[in-house]
Each structure stands twice: as structure tokens, then as C-alpha cells.
Design a protein around this ligand. Structure first.
Ligand code: GAL
Length: 632
């Protein structure tokens, strides 16, 4: 398994005389990859159609000559100020219809045809100039699609593109009216040009309209990315990648991933814990210097699938970041632990963000491997240690996991569109199942709804809003156990309620006769332990009933290998359900003590201690913030 470390570097931020020394120190630290260029448009093209390539030529040369492999970014996340003079209407609009402004980054609308053309132009020029450069070994397209809430745009460009998308999808406006159920509240259209975007409506828009807009929005990201993919592929055979984020679900990452060679993601464990997880104060306190112990692993397992096996971390938090509500420093050891955890989940590379802390701009308080004065920051030594360790360690990658957990982006959009209960969040639902599987010490593959099921012992797909014929066919033929529900196959692709009533699963006589969402102060106790919270469905049918409430109401129905779950389980109930599913599937759980997390490769067991105290397990001590790697 090839494993390497790298770093993100901004030569344009530093005097040229520093580049050589920086490159030498990177190599001495044991780094192989250096990512550059992704925000440098105003330095490459200071005035429209007038270019300054020399500095970039030299930067690539200095870095490459020092022995580093360069990842060159296309700078399309940061259009220069002059771009707005050329395309004054290229800005994305927020839900209130206000254009966003110049002065930070990602100030573009994915649907703007003129801006897409500019991206095509700069990608072509970069590809021509560096596509065959021996030091440029990979390309990153744009930077973090969706960052700063920039996927969804309500601009005139998006509206025009949405109308065209609807024309294409529905063919006639009558078909659209029918598909969306526009007879409800007299919402019928007479022409595609009557259709607006689903913002600023008096009360909630038609969910079919909102869902179509979410599908369209995702398609725009895919199409935007493809423009640059095409240009670069024509000039280079080096791998193309994009850097995704944690818990960003506004576009279908599997679809973008199909056009690229490697999925990479930007892992900021402490920032995410503070800002993105909805964690309780207690949870934040326990893990404030480590990050949530499952959040990184979840994304490693997700992006491994998005990259069809090939994935990296291209930005790894090295110390405190600047952008979360609070920005604590990691425990000594975490910059090493996070990197090792990624490698254990199959990462080919981990690159720290960034080399030297910047003394200007928005991220002055964001640490790097070096301080702003060039002295080593604490993570530098940890990176050096990891570099030595990975050079010495060899083990075989894990094969496909017995358990596949489906994460389906359209389901996130569907349940954001009509949650029916404030806290019905699809990501949280899937993440809670993931945590439950980790409590059992299992390797998990997170997969799309199109992934083949054969070879798995257990497939889990709660909350998957719509199951296409392919999925249902695969389920019918699947020989393992399937755990589905709540809210699985509950809507048609056009966001209406199917009749016959859901879930309509092969071989399972079950119907959701009624559903209710539960407020946080209510729950439904389940016989023999645990309870249902947030969501509960009344099931009818003749299938077996493996779990009931204390009052005797079915909590699940089962026939053959298919189990349908009627509600959102708390952790106690979830543990019972997962243990039951594992035992039916012939999977033996291998739990480790709670502060530890486990991942197995084909040849090794890795234990990660996400706590601030050492943990002894089976006679071995795993130090605080430490990693234990042992042969299986
Ligand atoms: C990422 C981004 C980087 C940098 C970093 C700071 O979201 O890609 O450019 O801003 O966050 O943590």
C-alpha cells in the first residue's frame, strides 16, 4: 500500500527567496506532496487576458527540483475582482434573492454560463502549460465545492438554467404539472418560463418543486466540474481530484467522483466538533482537543467509495483553526493519530493544511506546520514522526467490509425538504447507525444506492427516501441481511407518497399506516430495552415482529432477509438491533472499550485512543491520543 504525506503551500504568499528553503524543509520533514495554486488566479492573470506565468513556472520548478510532487489547483474558487466587471451577474444569490459580494472566495454561481466559460479558459491554459510538466503529478479542480454554503443559488442564471433543466426532465409542462401535483393550491404552470425558483414563497413551496431544484443544483455542480475535467484530460494524464468536506451534502459526491480519479477531503476534526456536528456541550468538552471519534472515520469510509477506492486527505488540521465557534488546540499526538487513522482506512496520502501560518488575510489564526515566523509549530514534529513510521510500516489494505451502510445524497435533500419533524436529519440518522457499527468494532463501507450488494453480509439503508427499480431488484436477489427503515422507500422520485403505501420492499408484507414525529421530550419505550425517539411509524402487515414497544406495537417487521424498522432507535435499542442483524448475517462483533476506536486492515488491527487518558486493553496500553498497530 503506498502511503505518503504532503502539505498545502502558497508560494505567492512568501518572498521568492524563501521557496527553496521551504521546499528543503518539507523534504527533510518527510513530505512528498505539495499542493499549490488553488487560490492564485489574480497572480496568474492580474488583468484580463494578461498573464504572469513566470513565478508559477519557477515555484513548480523549485518545489519539484527539491524532490516534491506538485498538485496543481485550478484557481476557480477565487475569481479575481476584474471578473465581476466582465460578468457582473455571476454572483450566487442567497435565499432572500440577494447577490453575494466580492471580498472573500467562492463568489460565483455554478449556473452562470459566462463564468463557466472563464473556468474552461483558465483550466485549458493551465493544462496546456503544465499538463506535461514532470513535477506536476496531480491536479485539484476548484476548491471545496459547497464551502461557505455556496452550492444553492437563487440567481437569475440559476433560474434560467432550472427552467431548461425542467424542460429536459419533463418534456412538457403538463407532464411537470402532473409529476409535481401542481393541481394542489392551483399551482399549475402554463409554460416552463412561468417557473421560478422555490425561494421567497409565502409558505413552504411544493416539495416536488423544492426537490427538483435540489436535484438540479447538484447537477449544476457536476456539469461545472466536468467542464474543467474535459479541458485537463485533453492536456494531461495525471490524476484529477477535488477536495470535499465534512458533512456537506448539497451535491451528489458520488456523481462528481465518477468524473475524477481520486476523492480527497479536508479533515478538521476539532473545527467540525465545534461547528458541524450539533454536538452537546458535554460531548464537545470531552473531545474538544481530539475531535469526535467517529466523524473522521465516517468520511474516510464515505470518500473511499466516492473515489472508487482511491482517496486522500488533502487538508489535515495541524493545530487550532480560525473558523469554528471556538478553536482549541489539539492534544499532543492528535496530528499523528488523525493521519494514521486515515491511512488505516485506506488513504493514499495525508496533506497538512498549511505549511506556514499566514500573517495576513482571513486565516491569520489558522495554524500550520510552521508558525508565521517560520519556527516549527507542534504538528511539524508529529508529521515527521508519521513520515518515518509509514516508511517502515507495511500492511495490506482491507478488503470490502461485511457491512455496507447506504448514504444517499437525494435522501438528505428529500428530508430537508419535508422533515415532518424538526430533528429528522438524514445525516444524523446514518451517522448514528455508523456509530453503532463502530461500537461493535466493525469495518464499514459507506456506499451509494447503486453499489452492488453481492458479497456483503449486511446492507443497511435507513431513511433512503426513494429506491429505484435497480435497488429493489438487487434487494430481491440479495442473499444477506438487509436492515431498512425508518422512512425507507417512503417517497416517489417526485416527492409524493406512493400508493400502495410504503415501504413496498420485496418479499415483505408491511405498510406504514401512520407516521408521527416525536418532540425531544417524548419517546416510546421498547420491550426488553431502549426506546424509539424522533420518529415512529405504525406498521401493518403479516411479517414477523422481532421488536415491539412495551405496549406491544411493532417496532420492526421481518420476512426472509429483510427487516424494516419503524422508528428512530436510541443507542440502547440500536445496539440490540445491530447485534441481532449481525447474528442473523453471521458477523461476529469485536467491540473495543469505548474511548478506543478500531479499524482492521487485511493484516493489522489499529486502535485509536480518542481520549486524553491512556487506556489498557488486553494487557496493552494505548497512550492518550495514541495509536496502536498490531498484527492480526
Ligand atoms: C478549508 C479550505 C482551505 C482553508 C481551510 C482552513 O475549508 O479549503 O482553503 O480555508 O479550510 O481550515
Amino acid at each position: 500500500m503506498s502511503r505518503a504525506l504532503g502539505v498545502c503551500y502558497y508560494p505567492e504568499h512568501w518572498p521568492e527567496e524563501d521557496w527553496e528553503g521551504d521546499a528543503r524543509r518539507m523534504v527533510e520533514t518527510g513530505l512528498r506532496w505539495v499542493r499549490i495554486g488553488e487560490f492564485a488566479w489574480s497572480k496568474i492573470e492580474p488583468n484580463p487576458d494578461s498573464f504572469a506565468w513566470d513565478w508559477l513556472d519557477r515555484a513548480i520548478d523549485v518545489l519539484g527540483t527539491a524532490g516534491l510532487d506538485v498538485i496543481l489547483g485550478t484557481p476557480t474558487a477565487t475569481p479575481p475582482r476584474w471578473m465581476l466587471d466582465r460578468h457582473p451577474d455571476m454572483l450566487a444569490h442567497d435565499a432572500n434573492g440577494r447577490p453575494r459580494r466580492f471580498g472573500s472566495r467562492r463568489h460565483y454561481c455554478f449556473s452562470h454560463v459566462g463564468y463557466r466559460g472563464e473556468c474552461q479558459r483558465i483550466a485549458r491554459l493551465l493544462g496546456k502549460r503544465y499538463g506535461q510538466n514532470p513535477f506536476v503529478k496531480a491536479w485539484q479542480i476548484d476548491n471545496e465545492y459547497g464551502c461557505h454554503d455556496t452550492t444553492i443559488s437563487y440567481s437569475p442564471a440559476a433560474r434560467d438554467a432550472f427552467r431548461a433543466w425542467c424542460r429536459d426532465r419533463y418534456g412538457s409542462v403538463d407532464a411537470l404539472n402532473k409529476a409535481w401535483g401542481n393541481v394542489f393550491w392551483s399551482m399549475d404552470y402554463r409554460d416552463f418560463d412561468d417557473i421560478d425558483l422555490p425561494n421567497l414563497t409565502v409558505t413552504e413551496p411544493n416539495p416536488a418543486h423544492a426537490m427538483a431544484f435540489r436535484r438540479f443544483t447538484s447537477d449544476q455542480v457536476i456539469a461545472f466540474n466536468q467542464v474543467q475535467v474535459r479541458e485537463l484530460r485533453a492536456q494531461t494524464d495525471r490524476p484529477l481530484l477535488h477536495n470535499y468536506m465534512g458533512r456537506v451534502t448539497d451535491f451528489d459526491h458520488y456523481d462528481v467522483g465518477t468524473d475524477l480519479d481520486i476523492a480527497t477531503w479536508d479533515s478538521y476534526p476539532i473545527g467540525f466538533l465545534m461547528d458541524r456536528l450539533g454536538a452537546s456541550p458535554d460531548h464537545r468538552k470531552t473531545f474538544m482537543r481530539q475531535g469526535d471519534p467517529d466523524f473522521q472515520a465516517f468520511h474516510h469510509d464515505l470518500y473511499r467509495s466516492v473515489g472508487r477506492g482511491r482517496w486522500w486527505i488533502i487538508e489535515q488540521q495541524p493545530g487550532p483553526v480560525n473558523w469554528a465557534a471556538w478553536n482549541p488546540a489539539p492534544l499532543a499526538g492528535m496530528a499523528r493519530l488523525w493521519a494514521w487513522e486515515a491511512f488505516a482506512h485506506g488513504a493514499e496520502a495525508v496533506c497538512y493544511f498549511r505549511w506556514r501560518q499566514a500573517p495576513f488575510g482571513q486565516e491569520q489564526h489558522h495554524s500550520g506546520l510552521l508558525r508565521a515566523d517560520g519556527a516549527p509549530a507542534p504538528a511539524l514534529g508529529e508529521a515527521e514522526q508519521v513520515a518515518q513510521e509509514i516508511a517502515a510500516a507495511s500492511d495490506a489494505a482491507a478488503g470490502p467490509a461485511d457491512v455496507a451502510l447506504v448514504f444517499d445524497y437525494p435522501s438528505q435533500w428529500a428530508w430537508e425538504t419535508q422533515p415532518q419533524g424538526r430533528d429528522f436529519d438524514y445525516f444524523e440518522l446514518i451517522f448514528s447507525f455508523y456509530r453503532g457499527l463502530r461500537r461493535l468494532g466493525l469495518n464499514v463501507d459507506i456506499v451509494s444506492g447503486d453499489a452492488p450488494m453481492s458479497g456483503r453480509k449486511l446492507v443497511i439503508a435507513p431513511g433512503m427516501a426513494t429506491m429505484g427499480q435497480d435497488f429493489l431488484g438487487a434487494l430481491g436477489a440479495f442473499e444477506g441481511q438487509a436492515l431498512l427503515g425508518p422512512r425507507t422507500n417512503a417517497r416517489t422520485a417526485e416527492m409524493s407518497l406512493p400508493v400502495p403505501l410504503p415501504p413496498n420492499l420485496p418479499g415483505l408484507d408491511a405498510r406504514v399506516a401512520r407516521l408521527e414525529s416525536l418532540p425531544p421530550f417524548a419517546s416510546e419505550p421498547v420491550a426488553a430495552g431502549g426506546s424509539i425517539e424522533r420518529w415512529f411509524e405504525t406498521l401493518e402487515g403479516t411479517a414477523d415482529v422481532p421488536f415491539t414497544t412495551e405496549a406491544g406495537q411493532p417496532v420492526a417487521l421481518r420476512a426472509g432477509g429483510v427487516t424494516y424498522l419503524a422508528g428512530w432507535p436510541d443507542d440502547t435499542l440500536l445496539d440490540r438491533i445491530l447485534q441481532d442483524a449481525c447474528s442473523l448475517a453471521g458477523i461476529t462483533p469485536d467491540p473495543v472499550p469505548a474511548p478506543l476506536r478500531q479499524r482492521k486492515s487485511a493484516t493489522h488491527r489499529y486502535l485509536f485512543n480518542y481520549s486524553a487518558a491512556s487506556v489498557s486493553w488486553r494487557g496493552t496500553k494505548v497512550p492518550a491520543a495514541g495509536v496502536l498497530r498490531e498484527k492480526l
